[in-house]
Design a protein around this ligand. Sequence first.
Ligand code: NAI
Ligand code: MG
Length: 496
Amino acid sequence: MTKLEPLNSAAAAFLSRVEHGLLIDGRETPALSGQSIDSFDPSTGQVLTRLAAGGPEDVDRAVAAARAAFEGSWSRWTPYQRQLLLIRAHDHLSAHYEELAQIESADMGAPISRTRAMKNAVLQMILFFASQAVNVTGETMQNSLAGNVTTLTLKSPVGVVGGIIPWNGPLISQWWILGAALAAGCTVVMKPAEDASLSVLRVVQMLHEIGLPDGVVNVVTGTGAVAGARLAAHPDVDRVAFTGSTATGRRIIEASAVNMKRLQLELGGKSPDIILADADLDKAVPGAAMGVFTNSGQVCFAGSRVFVHRSIVQEVTERLAAHAAGIAVGHAFDSTSQLGPLVSRAQLERVMHYIGIAPAEGAQLAGGGNRPEGSPAGGYYVRPTVFGNVHNDMTIAREEIFGPVISVIPFDTVEEAIQLGNRTEYGLGGAVWSRNIDSALQVVKSIRTGTMWVNCYGLIDPMVGFGGVKNSGYGIKGSRAHVEAYLATKSVYISS
Ligand code: NAI
Ligand code: MG
């Protein structure tokens, strides 16, 4: 048995608590129903702790706290004060980052090497939003009105934001919401995923440690069907930012009708990763492999359909399988693990189901497809898997698997690759590998998606952002447009 890294004392103290309450109005509180749900360690399948199961009445009191804070002293915080709060958050999280990395790894199973390596990404995102706090501008416009009329727009925070996020990386993904809300002057109720809520609870505690006023950020843990649904339908929530499945995204849209909530939705994907005949395979093969296997495939923009020119498809399939075979899969706290377990038993069963049905539809298993030998019993492990000879209409090429499974799909011409790449309900990510800039740009321009990478995969900078089209949702994350979406615009006409 490999030696596991020990928890540091802060993470051990947090993780050893038998139950974690809700965070409402700056205080920890049990669910009013008294109920809680088990939270599992994916590396072992053991119960890690328990989370308060927030009910509709708990969401209501969290929203009331957020509304009171929005209308109270928080509304008088200046942009520089909010910027300074975010800078202090950056410094505090930087000092306590190891604790957060360990909490995240224990909770959702990402290897400690990965959660540690995300430090810069988390901290830079906070810095990005700190910069946006002092970059909110309206406009003055000319007009053709009679008389002497001055026209301009004013910006104000939209109000109470509901943040509903998934389990695949809450340590970072919560910041897309917290950062924008704090920069814009909104208040928040977060509903993290039942499979990974702990880093959200700990981060929001840390924000209170550096002077976040009570009620500005509240956390209601619990199930999506109960707590999430109430938040999405709450008449006093002005905006919902949601990341998760397309099916749940549809429910969020329906629920938003109650008060015309503004929405940002980042939903499922089945992104095309297109390797042209002239690609540098020494870059394309590991790039395409990690474009899917990263975070055990639990990535919304995973390039899970790898289109390969027929002249090189056999070589690429073999090299992808060899790459997959070389990846170390194991316990999140084994520092040699490159991939950890999947987040839950349900996800493991889902991924194994897709792996199981693929051969019957004609896909050829080129590598993986099984549980790793020697990994801890009870954990939710699966080996990175490559299927060759996949057709774009097969189930594994159509549906989001959200696991470490690559479908290699051959093509003959660039036009065919574009056509097949676009034949999907989704439009989140995508990539092209080529030494020819003309062919690469042709693909970039022709794929209907929110984000394209050329000779790389999965790079994200909040300054640039990314978004989705089609059933992958709408509303960009990152860039100035992101904070803009947390602001309301008022048109003003001044006659003088
Ligand atoms: P999900 O979309 O149901 O859950 C995401 C979040 O929404 C969680 O916090 C959940 O509690 C909440 N939620 C669930 N039902 C809700 C409702 N009716 N109203 C409001 N909130 C609700 O996704 P789940 O069940 O965790 O995973 C299932 C599949 O969804 C995955 O296998 C994957 O294919 C996809 N998924 C995609 C993600 C992405 O980033 N593209 C992230 C997570 C899941
Ligand atoms: Mg967990």
